[in-house]
Design a binder for this molecule. Structure first.
Ligand code: ARG
Length: 571
């Protein structure tokens, strides 16, 4: 029940009556409809300028003709101003229609089945073994998680893939360092940080003892050859890393369907390389094997080094084929920082040159960088912020605020987790993904303005109203009371929510949902402060306002869910 679609349909019907051979569809009209900035100009406006070409009439005449023929219960009146047809909705009809439609689909307003029977693979988070999870990994994790929910909400089968970075000579060095200085219990207790320390020590030591590098390489060779000792240590490194990371995933509520990473493709690259050669795409360059891409304005992609070793892109080629053969995806998304833009352009182009039509269904969902309190993170300068520390601190701070504002709240720990983590997630998904983000505590945890706690708080406020509204449950609502501008704003946002969900999916842009949900929270709060929801003397009007509250409550919760946030009932 999207009002705009309904009105578009009514206008299209009128056009059929007014103009002979008019091929205007409801979808055409919907695409042209605008929302006037000032409500005095109507709730919707149709500019008729573009139509004048096909209909061979002046825009004001088209608008006037449509105005005369349009007839719909949803419309109160229309006005013609210049070449515009301005539509004023019948507010009580509209209020009833929207509120009842939302309440008829609890938790599913905006859901669709456009993806029914289709599969989308999402490659996100994709952590590196033996490296700590820092806030630079937040965006890939949360954008991917949110998109997975958005696609599932639209009927898609989704496959969440953590393409582990678990291959490379550094792992040989790490084993070498472990054998020299390491201790099982120490790594077991220290987790990833203990491995990082070993690696740093290896680097320092190799400055004065270059032979170490050879030893490291020898250990990597052992991994490649499947030597049992090397394999045992290496898979244990993996286990330790995944255990460490799992704590963060648990806090965020993130889950994956597959952890097949780079190492998984060890035995799957040879066929790909053969295929490239057979298809005449491989060329030798200084002993190495490359795919030339000059014709497409890109540098050559290095597929095999001169010593025969495979590279990042070789593994990604094998992974793409594996995913298509295994999941038969209709879409494959890579949620990876924009710095890897060239890598993905090369990857997609090579697959296209190999003749795979499905390569056009792959997309690099790029995002910007995260800085912290105004400073760019830099591992080299030792300026890193670990995600787990950040989340824990956010939970702690949320807990302090709860202690101060609502000391009697039951299950404070649980709510502190939902709010603290939510604040961080919201901060990450609030701006267009391609923009860089500067994380600031003061903004993230504020209960005002555009923040996660603010939206969650509005949801809890709605829940609180609903808890007190039992008395109006069986009362027939009088929607005529929802005709003021504040109610209209909230109603319009409810009615447009499905359109926003769809757009967020089409553009792989969760921030559209973050913003829409925030606007809805703001509109409701405005309404709440200017109107009494429950008035004993007016049960029918109260019932309508309570229903509006219930609809807002439900849609805020859905919006938060779609961006990976929880919505506590009390705060
Ligand atoms: N592990 C890589 C990194 O941290 C990201 C992997 C992204 N996925 C992929 N299929 N290339 O940079």
């Amino acid at each position: 029940m999207d009002m705009k679609q309904i009105i578009a349909g009514r206008i299209a019907d009128a056009a059929q009556v007014c103009f002979e051979h008019c091929a205007l569809t409801a979808a055409d009209v919907a695409a042209m409809i605008e929302m006037p900035p000032d409500k005095k100009l109507g709730d919707y406006a149709l500019p008729c300028f573009r139509l004048s070409k096909t209909l061979r009439k002046a825009p004001p005449m088209i608008a006037a003709a449509l105005a005369e023929k349009i007839d719909a219960p949803e419309i109160d009146r229309v006005e013609v101003v210049g070449g515009y047809l301005n539509v004023f909705l019948s507010r009580s009809q509209m209020a009833r229609g929207i509120v009842e439609a939302v309440l008829a689909h609890p938790g599913r307003w905006g859901a669709s089945d456009v993806g029914a029977g289709k599969t989308v693979c999402l490659d996100y988070s994709s952590i590196n073994i033996a490296k700590r999870f820092h806030i630079g990994h937040l965006s890939t994790t949360m954008i991917g998680h949110s998109l997975k929910r958005i696609y599932a909400f639209n009927g898609y089968e989704t496959v969440g893939i953590n393409h582990l970075g678990d291959w490379g000579t550094q792992f040989g060095k790490m084993i070498c360092a472990y054998k020299k200085w390491g201790d099982r219990a120490q790594v077991e207790a220290g987790g990833v940080q203990a491995m990082v320390d070993l690696y740093v020590r290896f680097h320092e030591a190799s400055q004065s003892d270059p032979a170490l590098e050879d030893e490291g390489r020898a250990w990597f060779k052992k991994i490649e050859d499947g030597d049992p000792e090397a394999m045992e240590i290496f898979s244990w490194f993996k286990e330790v890393t995944l255990k460490d990371t799992q704590r963060v995933y648990d806090l965020l509520g993130v889950r994956f369907d597959s952890y097949n990473g780079e190492a998984f493709y060890n035995d799957k690259m040879e066929p790909v390389v053969c295929e490239l050669r057979e298809k005449g795409l491989l060329q030798e360059s200084q002993g190495a094997q490359v795919v030339k891409l000059d014709d497409y304005g890109m540098p050559p992609a290095l597929v095999l080094r001169s010593d025969g070793a495979s590279l990042y892109i070789t593994r990604d080629l094998a992974a793409a084929l594996y995913r298509q053969n295994t999941y038969h995806f209709d879409k494959c998304l890579y949620v990876v920082a924009y710095q890897q833009n060239l890598h993905f352009r090369q990857l997609f182009k090579i697959l296209e040159l190999m003749g795979y039509d499905w390569s056009k269904n792959m997309e690099h969902v790029a995002f910007g960088m995260v800085s912290y309190e105004g400073r760019a993170l830099s591992t080299r300068e030792g300026y890193v912020v670990y995600l787990e520390d950040l989340l824990n601190k956010a939970v702690e701070k949320a807990r302090e605020i709860i202690e101060e504002k609502s000391p009697n709240l039951p299950n404070k720990d649980e709510v502190a987790r939902q709010v603290g983590v939510g604040a961080v997630v919201y901060f990450d998904l609030h701006n267009e993904r391609i923009k860089d983000i500067d994380f600031r505590w003061e903004r993230a945890l504020s209960f005002e303005g555009e923040t996660g706690p603010y939206v969650q708080y509005t949801h809890a406020r709605c829940c609180s109203v609903l808890r007190k509204a039992q008395a109006y449950q069986g009362v027939q609502p009088e929607y005529g009371v929802l005709c003021d501008d504040e109610a209209m704003d909230a109603l319009m946002l409810l009615s447009r929510f499905p359109e926003t969900v769809r757009k967020a999916m089409d553009q792989n842009e969760p921030s559209l949902i973050t913003r829409h949900t925030t606007s809805l929270a703001q509109a409701y709060n405005k309404y709440y402060f200017e109107h009494r929801i429950m008035e004993e003397s007016d049960p029918a009007g109260s019932a309508a306002r309570v229903n509006l509250t219930a609809a807002v409550c439900d849609v805020i919760k859905t919006g938060l869910y779609l961006i990976g946030m929880e919505a506590p009932d009390r705060m």
